[in-house]
Write a protein that binds this ligand. Structure first.
Ligand SMILES: Nc1ncnc2c1ncn2[C@@H]1O[C@H](COP(=O)(O)OP(=O)(O)OP(=O)(O)O)[C@@H](O)[C@H]1O
Length: 654
């Protein structure tokens, strides 16, 4: 009987049911419903006010938590949507459009504004975006708003609509009743949550987080960072618009330019700060806190700004993961049992490395041959067809100068299909620069890069990844706030055969496609012995495990050529050799072509089929490890200085 290699891999195919079945979600849902049924009117009113802001806050979570961008224009976008929904709809002071048309236009305006902001801010680092949006709000609030003929002044906006919009009457509901309106608003929130949970669980949701964590590693996995950045802004704008339209039925709508209030935008920051990278439940809790607490503490004259400031300060104590991250830790502990995980982790931490070094004993828990071949079979099905012959990668006469520094002076290397090739050389030889040129992160001044016979010199990094090239980084670039499973599946966006819209619509075929990716990821995780951490945060793992998680993620991206940047960096010599044996085994079992940059020369010479030695920006020697070791010029200019290499030779000298 075939072994069950997926034991421990929970299905994510019903993400909403899964998310809603956690005790925290059940308690939160119960509280929200009970609040509407049994609390006093003024308290129900207070929590209703929080719901449009919670929807806005979910947009901030996408922007700040997932994509790690900070915009300080949130209050303005929200208020503008509110204003337009109101003004376009009203018969007396506005345009008298049907409510639904007014609402759609208002959402479209908010969405377009944020998409435009993403395009205008382009490649600006986040801090400039903060300054840009802060400046925009201050300009509107302090300069445009006081100019009466531009803003309409205090008494009204351009169209003048400072009042509450009459509530529509969908399906005959009496929304004038505040309690019914509360449940109506909760229904909006529920719909947004369902769609957003599905998006977050889809490969695109993970892709947002990969882009937010590191744009280069996203590109190396085939995820276009710019597109996802613009999408994150667009989605944040859309949710601000939806929240604003709901708010237009509830709040007193301020004149258009008065809503661009810097203080409110700053205070709203406490929502994503407290919620952390990834917790929608925390967004709702913080929004509720912001609106319920001022009512509860009114008798002591404590205002919302003070309550928000306390939250902001408190949130800063929790770091990037926020309170939401802590809540998720508790949930994980409940599901998987922390102590059990820890014990297993200790026992298995280096089992696969020990096995590769020939040290594993039978209790170490590494894969049986049957399990190993089952894992390989799953990965074999997942990876794109690997060619049998030809050249996987060829660089021809690549030159690149950084001002006066000539980093590459005509580098020509080749990785034949199915081979494991090492790239070594002294510090400053140009290895990383050549790797970056090959990956598509740096354009060469001249020369060409060919991938499987195709000229990709001017092709973007993510398109190169789609052609079958994936890389890892010297400083492992995994997302510490996410689990190993999420990190590994984060590589799957380009490889999963289902549209994001199908995930959001909840189509079973899309979730089946994701399950395939999860199984491939889990099989890779088992081969690299990181499956026991599948549901653990990567930030808690030791260094070599993080690196193996990154390699598993690269495998899920579906490579035919794998570029590994110093996979042994930071490991001790025994672990380095073991890591190389592990890579060697993966390479031969899966028929992958591999290019490795590495300083640990002994491991390269022991494991690679051929080696290029780079010096002063070009290839000094190419050959088999034996030829390289025997090359006197290489000996003089490089190997003679490498202690690890000399150590490796010592037994032979004796
Ligand atoms: N962005 C840059 N701007 C200016 N000079 C650079 C830049 N990147 C690399 N260099 C220079 O180009 C040369 C090659 O650097 P590179 O990092 O590619 O070498 P390397 O072989 O990877 O070295 P190491 O083994 O130390 O990582 C060095 O002289 C380096 O200082």
């Amino acid at each position: 009987m075939a072994p069950d290699i997926f034991e421990g891999l929970e299905t994510k195919s019903r993400p909403v049911v899964r998310a809603m079945s956690s005790p925290a979600s059940l308690v939160l849902t119960g509280l929200l419903v009970a609040w509407g049924l049994w609390m006093a009117d003024y308290r129900v009113f207070g929590l209703t006010a929080a719901i449009p802001v919670a929807i806005l806050g979910l947009g901030l979570l996408v922007l700040q938590g997932w994509a790690r961008e900070i915009s300080l224009a949130s209050a303005g976008v929200f208020a503008s949507a509110m204003y337009y929904a109101n003004w376009l709809d009203r018969d007396d002071q506005g345009k008298g459009l049907p409510w639904i048309v007014a609402a759609l236009i208002a959402v479209a305006i908010a969405t377009a504004f944020m998409a435009g902001l993403a395009l205008v801010s382009g490649r600006l680092p986040t801090i400039y975006l903060v300054i840009l949006t802060l400046g925009l709000q201050v300009t509107i609030e302090k300069t445009i708003y006081p100019i009466g003929y531009l803003s309409g002044g205090v008494s009204g906006g351009n169209g003048g609509a400072p009042l509450v919009n009459p509530r529509p009457e969908p399906l005959g509901l009496d929304l004038v009743d505040d309690r019914i309106f509360y449940f109506f608003a909760l229904a909006w929130l529920a719909v947004v949550l369902v769609l957003l949970i599905r998006l977050r669980r889809s490969p695109a949701g993970l892709a947002f987080l990969v882009v937010g964590s590191n744009r280069q590693s996203a590109a190396a996995l085939g995820i276009p960072p710019v597109r996802f950045r613009v999408l994150a802004f667009t989605l944040a704008g859309f949710l601000a618009g939806v929240g604003g339209v709901l708010g237009s039925m509830f709040y007193v709508t301020p004149p258009l330019f008065l809503g661009w209030d810097v203080e409110t935008s700053l205070l709203l920051l406490c929502i994503p700060v407290l919620a952390g990278v990834d917790s929608m439940a925390a967004v709702i809790v913080v929004a509720a806190y912001l609106y319920v607490m001022p009512i509860e503490l009114e008798r002591w004259d404590i205002e919302q700004s003070f309550i928000a400031s306390v939250a902001l300060g408190f949130g800063a104590l929790f770091g990037a993961r926020g309170v939401g991250g802590r809540m998720q830790d508790l949930e994980r502990r409940r599901r998987y049992g922390k102590r059990r995980q820890r014990t297993r982790r200790k026992r298995l931490a280096t089992a696969v490395l020990r096995e590769s070094a020939g040290l594993a004993d039978e209790n170490a828990g590494v894969l049986s041959p049957a399990e190993r071949s089952a894992c390989l079979e799953v990965l074999e099905r997942w990876l794109p067809p690997r060619p049998e012959s030809g050249t996987a990668l060829r660089t021809t006469d690549v030159r690149l100068a950084f001002g006066p520094i000539r980093a590459l002076t005509g580098a020509s290397i080749e990785v034949p299909v199915g081979q494991m090739v090492g790239l070594i050389g002294p510090n400053g030889a140009g290895k990383t620069t050549l790797f970056d040129v090959v990956s598509g992160f740096t354009a060469p001044d001249s020369g060409t890069v060919e991938l499987f016979g195709r000229d990709v010199t001017r092709t973007s990094a993510w398109d190169r990844s789609r052609l079958g090239m994936t890389r890892t980084f010297q400083n492992t670039r995994v997302i510490p706030e996410l689990t190993a499973g999420d990190n590994i599946c984060g590589g799957a966006w380009a490889a999963v055969r289902a549209r994001t819209a199908s995930f959001v619509a909840g189509r079973p075929s899309a979730w089946a496609a994701l399950r395939e990716a999860e199984e491939a990821g889990y099989a890779a995780a088992r081969l690299l012995d990181v499956h026991t951490y599948w549901d653990e945060r990567v930030g808690t793992l030791e260094f070599s495990a993080r690196r193996r998680v990154e390699i598993a993620r690269a495998l899920v991206a579906g490579p035919r050529l794998l570029l590994l940047d110093e996979p042994a960096a930071g490991l001790d010599p025994a672990s380095s050799s073991a890591m190389f044996s592990l890579i060697r085994r993966l390479h031969s079992d899966l028929g992958l072509s591999v290019l490795i940059v590495e300083h640990y020369v002994k491991a390269v010479l022991d494991s690679c089929d051929s080696v290029h030695v780079l010096a002063e920006g070009r290839v000094l020697a190419t050959g088999t490890p034996a030829e390289i070791a025997a090359n006197t010029e290489v000996q003089q200019r490089y190997l003679g200085t490498r202690l690890d290499y000399l150590d490796g030779l010592e037994p032979a000298r004796d």
